[in-house]
Structure formats: C-alpha cells, structure tokens
Design a protein around this ligand. Structure first.
Ligand SMILES: Cc1ncc(COP(=O)(O)O)c(C=O)c1O
Length: 476
C-alpha cells in the first residue's frame, strides 16, 4: 500500500482552507445531530437558494429529449423553452451524452461572445472562448500554461481565494503575494504592487502574471474603473498577463459600485499588448449552479498559435462536461422579454439578488455593532471578511517572533477562534489565515448565503461568542 511519502510533494504542500479541518469537524457535529450553519463556502444551493426554473426546465429537456415529443410537454414546460431546446438539439444533435469539440460547442461559444458584446459593447471572438468545467479549470489551465520554470511566479492578492495559491503549489509556481488595501475598500494599491514585484525580483522570481478577483473573494469588494486601469498599466509595464476572475460579476449590491470587466476597460484603453484571460462561471451570480460545473475562459491579445495551445491543453481532457456547457449557454442567453418564461425568470432573479443585498446589509451592520469586530460592508460577491481583535496572550509578544513564526502563531489564533465558534454556536466560517492577511490582523470569512433569519441569528450568536471568548482570554 502506498503512503504519504509516495505522493507528489507538491500535492501534499497545497492547502485549501475552504474545505479544511474546521469543515470536517462541522460535518462530524452535523452527523451527531447538531445544527450547523455552513457559512464557509459560496455554494448557494446548499444553503437553500432555489435553482432558476428556466435553467432547470431547459436542462431537464436536454437530458431527456423524449419529453419534447410528449403531448403533455406544455403542461410542465414553457413553450419558449421547448422551442429553444429543440433548436439547441438541432444544432448539437448528439445531446449531452457525447464529447463535444474540445473548446466547447460552437454555437454556445458564439452565444458567450454575443453575451460579452452585449455586456460591454465590444467585439468578442468565439474562437477565443473555451468552455470549461467551472472557472476553476479555466484558472488552472492558464496557470499551467504560463509557468515555464520553477522561478516563475504569479502575483496573487492577499487575501485571496485559495484556488490560486493551491494551484501554484501544485504546479510548482511561486506565489507573489500583494496585499489588498483594507483601509481603502480592499482596492489594489500601485505602491504595494511595485513593492511585491521588487521583492520577488530580489528573491530571483520572474513574475509572469497577475490574478485579480473582481468582485472580490473573500473581501466582497468591487474594484473601481480607475483601479482596473491602474492594474492594466502596471501589467503592461511589467509584461504581466492578467488573469481576471470575474465569477461574481452579477453580484454587485451597492448602488455606488458597478462591475467593470477587464475586457471592456482594456478595449477602451486600446490596450493590445497585454494578454488577458477572463473567467466566468455558472456557480455564482443568481444561478448558483455550482454542481453543474460550467464556465468559460476568454482569451484576448494572444497570437493564433498561442490560442491553439490552450485548445490543445483542453483537448487533453477532451472537453468540458456537456451539461455544464449548456448551463453556461442558458446563463449567457436567458429568456427574452415577450417569451413565456421571461416574467418568472425575472422574478426569480430579482428575488435572489434582492435577498443577497439585504443579507449583505444585515451582516455588515450587525458585525460593525459588535465591539472588537469590523467589516467593510460587502459591496458584492457573497462574503464578508470580518476583522476581529483578541487580547494579547500572557507571556507572548508576537512582534518578537521571526516573521514565519509570527504568521504560524497568528494562524493558530484565528483557527482556534473559528473552531471554538463552531463548537459553541454551530457557525462554520473559514479562518483568515486560509486566505492570507496582514501580520498583526485576524479575520474570518463568512458567506451571507444562508436564509435571512440565519444571518440574523449568526450576528446575534457572534456577538455573544466574541464577548465570551475575549473575556476568557483576558482572565486566563
Ligand atoms: C473567486 C472565485 N473563483 C473561482 C471559483 C470557483 O468557481 P467554479 O465553481 O466556477 O469553479 C470560486 C468559488 O468560490 C471563487 O470564489
């Protein structure tokens, strides 16, 4: 039998906190009959968000096309959905059970290109779009392709969604962390970016790309247009490709903020020399179809032979799952006004987005009322990155520790805090150290996806727990 020593050390090194030991403990508690509020992961339908009727009707017909010929089909399915699925099957007669072309079904890639053109008012080319198994696979393909040597590094935000750090660990690339500016709504700061690149250079690291997550996970922030322009200038100056993770583009709640795609900003800047990889997904927004594993990667500003390599890479695993490709199709080509399914589609979409906005407000306002806790009210995405203070521990001065030891010590503190929160309240959140955080600060990430009453309950329980936890530390 093989042991851990037989495994690829890069796998052993990769960390993915969102499903780490705290979640394992939560599952044990649940199995023992305790109520757990899962706020650890952006998995909307696991937290009672209902799927859109339109999307599920369309997918059902696609999976079982015999229904299209049933004389009673219109008793259950909207007429426009029946017509749409018939047309889709005329264009793709093999249905969902056969492999598709490697980059994805051509008419769906065209629909994605049309969606980008409609969203941004810019041209888009279906041959620069690859349909992927969720955004994760798109991000991994890009990182895989860009890392040429063990000296190559990628700028990733701190805090960041751990897909990026874990994938860099798997592929043997170096992480070049850049701090997001908590005091400035978690925007990117040019001085910090410069300092990160210079530090990487001193360590012999060659930066090849920058990852930007907008709207942000775990921060819930939305980047301003000016900030994006600054990032594009910076990437150009340092010859970095941009990996724009835009999976939360529909999740913007704050009226003062808007989503600006990198594709659009770069097009408006007439930027032709910097390569852009942008990612989108069916998992987030108001669809929340995480289980369908659909998404796309759009590539801009690369020569044809480079594009061909990305298609080859995709072809090595044949193609993205075909049901996920169709879920992506229904995301980018939703019902139109005048169609039978349109009014319900709009009602469901608006209800989901309005509930998310309300819950972001309840979380933001509630947390900021707790002494010793603060939160930049989430403008977008599905998360709040809550900062909390703990009294110093007797006999320990973290400032006297070497940086790595201090990091470990602080990670231990926020993990212990989150584990105690779980044990005492049933609330499952992820320690800030799983995403990265500035030395001397402590955070946890929580989603605001559970139903409103559970978010209200969560805020109450947090307050009681935090007071009790800090008092116990003071008395120790
Ligand atoms: C920023 C970000 N990118 C990518 C993903 C993964 O998305 P997908 O389900 O499409 O792979 C997530 C999931 O939470 C995410 O938060």
């Amino acid at each position: 039998m093989i042991t851990l020593e037989d495994l690829n050390p890069k796998l052993l090194q990769a960390q993915y906190a969102v499903r780490g030991p705290i979640v394992q403990r939560a599952q044990e508690m649940e199995a023992a009959g305790k109520k757990v509020i899962y706020c650890n992961i952006g998995n909307p339908q696991a937290l009672k968000q209902r799927p859109l009727t339109f999307l599920r009707q369309a997918l059902s017909l696609l999976e079982y096309p015999e229904l299209l010929d049933s004389p009673r089909v219109l008793e259950t399915f909207s007429r426009d959905i029946v017509t749409r699925v018939r047309k889709a099957l005329e264009r793709h007669p093999h249905g969902t059970g056969a492999y598709s072309q490697s980059p994805g079904i051509p008419f769906i890639r065209q629909a994605v290109a049309d969606f980008i053109t409609k969203r941004d008012g810019i041209p888009a080319d279906r041959d620069r779009i690859i349909l992927t198994d969720g955004a994760s696979k798109g991000a991994q393909a890009v990182l895989m392709a860009l890392l040429r040597s063990s000296q190559d590094g990628v700028l990733i935000p701190i805090p960041q969604y751990p897909l990026y750090s874990a994938t860099l660990a798997l592929y043997g690339g170096r992480q070049i962390g850049y701090y997001l500016d908590e005091e400035n709504g978690w925007q990117l700061d040019e001085h910090i970016l410069r300092a990160s690149v210079e530090k990487a250079g001193r360590a012999g690291t060659r930066p090849v790309a920058i990852v930007v997550i907008n709207p942000g996970n775990p921060t819930g922030s939305v980047l301003s247009r000016d900030n994006i322009e600054m990032i594009v200038h910076f990437a150009r100056e340092h010859r970095l490709s941009i990996i724009a993770d835009e999976v939360y583009q529909e999740n913007v709640y704050d009226r003062s903020a808007s989503f600006h795609s990198f594709a659009r900003v770069m097009e408006e800047m007439r930027e032709r020399d910097t390569t852009l990889f942008s990612l989108h997904s069916v998992s987030k927004g108001f669809l929340g179809e995480c289980g369908h594993r659909g998404g796309y990667l759009e590539i801009r500003n690369v020569p044809e032979e480079v594009n061909a390599q990305f298609i080859k890479l995709q072809s090595i695993s044949l193609c993205a799952n075909v049901s996920g490709q169709f879920a992506t199709y229904f995301m980018v080509a939703p019902p139109e006004p005048g169609e039978e399914s349109y009014p319900l589609y709009v009602r469901e979409r608006e209800a989901i987005l309005a509930a998310l906005k309300r819950k972001a407000e309840i979380l933001g306002e509630g947390v900021n009322r707790i002494p010793g806790m603060s939160l930049d009210k989430p403008q977008g995405a599905m998360y709040g990155f809550v900062r909390f203070e703990l009294p110093p521990e007797q006999g320990i001065d973290p400032l006297s520790l070497p940086p790595e030891d201090r990091k470990m010590y602080e990670a231990g503190r926020d993990e212990a805090y989150c584990m105690a929160l779980l044990e005492q309240t049933g609330i499952c959140v992820v320690p800030g150290s799983g995403f990265g955080q500035r030395a001397g600060t402590l955070h946890f990430r929580t989603t605001f996806l559970p139903p409103q009453e559970e978010i209200e309950d969560l805020v109450q329980k947090l307050k009681v727990f935090h007071e009790h936890y800090t008092r116990t530390l003071q008395e120790a």
